[in-house]
Design a protein around this ligand. Sequence first.
Ligand SMILES: Nc1ncnc2c1ncn2[C@@H]1O[C@H](COP(=O)(O)OP(=O)(O)OP(=O)(O)O)[C@@H](O)[C@H]1O
Ligand SMILES: [Mg+2]
Length: 183
Amino acid sequence: MDTFFTSDTEQTRKLGEMLAKELCGGPARNASLASASSRSDAGGEVICLTGELGSGKTTFAQGVLRGLGVKGPWTSPTFLVVKHYKKEIPNPKSQIPNKSKISKSKIQNIYHIDCYRVKAQDILDLGWKEIIAGKNNIVIVEWAKRIRKIIPEKSIWVSFEHVNKNKRKIFIGNEVIGSGTGH
Ligand SMILES: Nc1ncnc2c1ncn2[C@@H]1O[C@H](COP(=O)(O)OP(=O)(O)OP(=O)(O)O)[C@@H](O)[C@H]1O
Ligand SMILES: [Mg+2]
C-alpha cells in the first residue's frame, strides 16, 4: 500500500496514467504501482476506486483510459452504469515483441463501471463474471465498495480522500481501506 498526494486534476490523471502503464508493462517507474499491478493469471484486471463524492475517482479513471491509449472524451458512466471501450487489435505483424505483463495489443476491452446507483446484483446481471474472466479485459469500478462481495480477491484498490479543495490523498494497494459499503 502506498500513499500519493496530488494537488490538481491533471496530477490525479497522471497517476492513473502511470498505473495503466504499469499494467501494460513498460519500465517500472514506481515500485508501489508495480507491485499493486502485479496481476494474477485468473482473469482481467480490476481497478477499484473508492472515496466520497467528488474525490477524484472519475478523474483518475480518465488517466487510466488515457494511459491505455483510449481516445477521449471520457465521460463519467454514472448514468449509464457501464461504458465499454473496445481497442482495435493491431496487425500482429506490426507488433514489436515485448515482455509486458499484458501486451498493449492484448487489451481488447476496457469497462468503466459506476456503482453509485446500483447494487451487486445489477452488476452481475450486466455479465460481470464474463467481464472479469476475460484475460484481455481491464475493468475500472467507481464506488467499488458497494459491490465489494463480487470483487475478485486480487484486485487493485485505489482510495481517495479530500485534503482540501484541490489536494487529494490517494492510497494504492491490493487491499480495500476501511470497512462498510459506503464508497
Ligand atoms: N487533485 C485533484 N484530483 C482530482 N480532482 C480534483 C483535484 N483537485 C480538484 N479536483 C476536482 O475535483 C473534482 C473531482 O471530480 P471527479 O468526478 O473526478 O470525482 P468522483 O470521485 O468521480 O466523483 P463522484 O463520486 O461524483 O463520481 C473535479 O471537479 C476536479 O476538477
Ligand atoms: Mg465519478
